[in-house]
Structures are given as C-alpha cells and as structure tokens.
Design a protein around this ligand. Sequence first.
Ligand code: ADP
Length: 497
Amino acid sequence: MTDLERPRGGVPAPKDWTYAPAPEARDVVTLADRYGHFVGGEWIEAEETYTTISPATEEPLAEIGQATPAEVERAVAAARDAYDDGWSTISPSERAKYLFRIARILQERSREFAVLESLNGGKPIKESRDVDLPLAAAHFFYYAGWADKLEYAFPNQRPRPIGVAGQIIPWNFPLLMLAWKIAPALAAGNTVVLKPAETTPLTALLFCDVLRQAELPAGVVNIVTGDGATGAAIVKAEGVDKVAFTGSTEVGKAIQRELAGTGKKLTLELGGKAANIIFDDAALDQAVEGIVNGIYFNQGHVCCAGSRLLVQESIYEPVVDKLKRRLATLRVGDPLDKNTDVGAINSKQQLEKIQELVAVGEEEGAEIYQPPCRVPEKGYWFVPTVFTNVAQSYRIAQEEIFGPVLSILTFRTPDEAVEKANNTPYGLSAGVWTEKGSRILWMAERLRAGVVWANTYNRFDPSSPFGGYKESGFGREGGRHGLEPYLQLDDSEAFGG
Ligand code: ADP
C-alpha cells in the first residue's frame, strides 16, 4: 500500500471496486504546434514563446506566445481602431447579432471546447462539459439580449461605452471567465484586449476561431497570451480605458496601486475564504453533497469555494462521519474520463502552494483526513482533504488554499456562526443550510459576502450578479450590474466614477 492509499484519520478503506475507464475522445481537438497573438483579426507571430502542458500528464501541448509590451501595444491599437471605426457606433441590435452568433457557435462546438479545457487545465470533463461550456454560451446569450436595451437597463443615464477594455483572467475557469469578461464589454459597445492565464491559454486561442466564424469585425476582440509581465503591460498600456481583473488578491492590490490617479476604471474579482454553514435542522445528506460540491468542485480551484465548513456543534459528529464516507467515493484521476470527480491540480506551482499550506495545517495542530486514493504517477494531484480540530487563527482557516482542502470549525448559535463566518479579510460568498426560511434571510442580512447560497452551493446564472466585499474585490459581473463597469453613465460621472 502506498502512502496515498492508506486512510488517514481512522475510517476504513472502502471495498476496492472500480469503474471501467470511460475516456472522452481527444481527437475532436486539433492543436497547432505554435500559436501567435490574435490582433486586429489576424494572427501575428509571437516574438517569444513558452510551452503549455497538460497538468494531468505533464505532456507538452503547444508553444504559446509570451507577449512583449510592444505586442500588447499593437493589440491595444487594434482595439482602439476597431472602437473608432464603428463598433462603438453601430446599431446596438447589430452588436447583439454578433453576440448571439458567438453564443450559438460555442454551443455547436462545445464538445471540442470542453475537451480542450480539460486537457489544458486539468478539470474533469463532466465539469467542463456540463458547467463551463453551457454557462459560457449562456453568458453570451444573456448579454446579447441586453445590447439593444441599455437605455432600459439604465433609464435617464445616457449609457455610453467606455472605450478599450484590458481584461486579465485566471486559470480556474478559462473559457467561462473569458465569457464573463468579453460578453458584457461587447454588449456595451467596448472593444477588448484579453489575456488568458499562462497555464490555460488554449481555449481562449480556440475562441479566436469562433470570432472568425461569427465574422466579428477585426480588432473588436484581441487575445494576447503570456504571464504576469504581459498582464502588467496591459494594465500600463496608455490606450486602455478600463481594466477588469480576476485573480489573486495580491496581484489585484498591485494593479489597484498602479492605476491609482490614472483615471482608468477598474473592477477586481479576487480571492475568497467562504464559510459554508450547516445548521442542525438542515437536511444532512443534501448538505453533505453541498459541502462536497462547495470545496471539491474543480479541485477547489474556485474563488468562491466553501473552504471553511461551519457545523453546528450538535450535529458535528454525524456530518463529519457522512462527509468522510462520501469522500471515499470520490474518483480522482484522468480529467478526460467521464467518471472522474476530481481532476488534476492546475500547475506544479499551485500544487506546491497547496502542499505547503496543508503541512502548515498539520504543524498548527489540525487533524488531517484523506480517503484512501490512488493517483496517477505523472501529473499534479492532490487527494481531497479534510481538516478537523481547526482553530480560527490557523492559516488553513484564514488563507485561501485554492485546492481540495476543507477546514471544519464548529459553532453553537446563529450569532456565533455569523461572527465566525465574517472573521476573514475576504467577502465573496457563503452558504447556509437550514430548513427555516426566516433563518436564511436572517443570516443573509448579516453575512458580509457578495453571494449567499441557501441550501445549495456554487450555483451560477448569467442573470445573477457575482462579486465581493473587502479583499475579495469590487464591481459585479453577471446580471444588469455586470454591464455597469463597461458603461459611462450620467450619474456615475457626477461622482467621478
Ligand atoms: P494565481 O496566483 O492564482 O495564478 P494570479 O493573480 O497570479 O493568480 O493570476 C491571475 C492572472 O493575472 C493571470 O492571467 C496572470 O498572468 C495575471 N497576472 C499575474 N501577475 C500580474 C501582474 N503583476 N499584473 C497583471 N496581471 C498579472
């Protein structure tokens, strides 16, 4: 028995019965050896490149451009030309037409995108197929609907586009974050320079082919790839009027410092350390499913993950017991296998960060549980993990781990639950599990979180605004609210916004 197969924490290993492999076919995806940047509707050769890999196998997939400041400038200039040449002034229903086309093409090509997303990012195919792709298409459909109704969304405020938006996205939901950024920006009449994360550029690059198919005017969307240096060049670029960033709180703060006093608009969607709160009257089996979905969905690479579980003291034992049993049934492995529940960790760097914080948790005195689990030899993997005996001051209860690691704390009264849940520098999301509607409302009023889910977790809908308080950032994405950061409005100008 290897270390990873040995149960830690006293629950016996389940009987060893396995599922037959059910791999999704990879041949729906055609990769180029080398990609440039998509600027002004054309591919430009990249001066510098790096290799993108599959985190599940460590195999190289393609050479990707590392955009230099000069290449970023070229993309910004193309976006400016497209803005001035007509995108900002064509009839709004024309803009809607392009967005509807993009949405439909994404639906048509969803299998290809889902396979590529799982290949490059490590997430289970059932998640990219059933969550990322349908939601990405839904986002374009949703904002297509708003494009010619801006006057109704913001009556008496003369909504006008801002100009060129510089958009920087993370690696946890590559195509979905692209959709969250591009759809509202275009619907509002802006043009875009977007940079995907360095570890997951491939679906953003395939998206350029969707733009070509949709016959979107050249330069309305430009995609440059590269790491943080490329991101920093976008933030600095003179011609960028608005920056939208999703990523770590640390980088978000640096961007905010950089933009202070420049007059550029900014929205930030940053980290989280959400509390998922289980009251003793909750339906326990459903709550356990919600806990699992809250923290092990997408390997816990979710900014709104329910990474702190707050359980009412009277039900602590049955909840932990049920949770451990459920954990033992999670299938960890090949992201392209349709049975896989937990895929690969996105990168070596992220794996090391998770390992470091988990080691700190053990040193601090928390008790670790990992189910018996075999993981592939190659690639980056982390077994779903639960910590009990966690104090609020522990780093694993304070810091975002961004991995499949749950910290369990307890509470006795609703007031104590609120106090503990809000005891974090973040404020992105929270979950409440109880039978009582009045308690849900009472809790939602007091929780300092942008989203509060009741008797569910990690539910997304394009019509529902998403965003944070405190160090989780500011500005909202989704819904009518998600249009606002991409518009100049008469009343917001009065306040210098
Ligand atoms: P993580 O630590 O989870 O990788 P980051 O905040 O570093 O999150 O990355 C999110 C996105 O921000 C990525 O696209 C990354 O390339 C980009 N990025 C990283 N550093 C900077 C920076 N200094 N300025 C702008 N973008 C950056």
